[in-house]
Write a protein that binds this ligand. Structure first.
Ligand code: HEC
Length: 161
């Protein structure tokens, strides 16, 4: 799965340098992303973000996970390629009412001017609205304030410290 994705990116970047306009297929990457986050409940959580915590932005409550690539990263820019964070959004502190997932995925060559992050806002079943996957500018606009390569959770604490 990942080998194919990498090959696709490499080809797209190479063609882009050659002067051709190549669109990365955001829907295809979103499919890979959805597959990649299956089982994310077993991933670790960033330091200080254990359990479900009150959100400073998204839904009322959030639970943040990081993949194994992110585990060694302390928030000093840049995040290593392959870093992925999943944030579950809940209406309740008990985690019974899941609103959906937001995801950040650091992909080499995807969007160099804005940190190479692929963004996704998904419903609980993995579906999404038009414009909610890819280089989503509403996500980028807020996360750009981070001193930690667009990450609001890694390198920070839920109270903003
Ligand atoms: C208005 C500001 C704002 C916007 C817009 C926003 N976020 Fe966030 N995001 C935050 C804050 C603050 C946090 C820290 C957790 C919390 O308090 O909810 C966060 C945390 C996250 C995390 C947890 C991982 C991390 O390291 O930050 C992910 C993933 C994420 N956001 C994805 C997204 C996506 C995808 C979008 C667009 C659909 C988006 N965000 C839009 C402010 C924002």
């Amino acid at each position: 799965m990942f080998a194919g994705l990498r090959a696709g990116f490499t080809a797209a970047v190479a063609l882009g340098l050659a002067g051709c306009e190549v669109e990365v297929d955001d829907a295809a990457v979103a499919d890979d992303l959805w597959a990649a986050i299956q089982g994310h409940e077993a991933w670790s959580q960033p330091p200080g973000w254990e359990g479900i915590v009150a959100s400073n932005s998204h839904t009322q409550f959030v639970r943040v996970f990081q993949n194994d690539v992110a585990e060694g990263w302390d928030g000093t820019p840049p995040a290593p390629y392959g870093t992925m964070m999943v944030k579950e959004g809940y209406n309740d502190q008990d985690g019974a009412d899941l609103v959906g997932y937001t995801v950040m995925w650091k992909l080499e060559g995807y969007n160099e001017d804005q940190g190479d992050w692929f963004w996704a806002e998904l419903y609980p079943d993995g579906s999404y609205d038009f414009g909610d996957v890819g280089a989503v500018q509403t996500c980028i606009a807020c996360h750009a304030a981070s001193a930690h390569d667009y990450s609001m959770a890694i390198g920070s604490l839920p109270d903003g410290a």
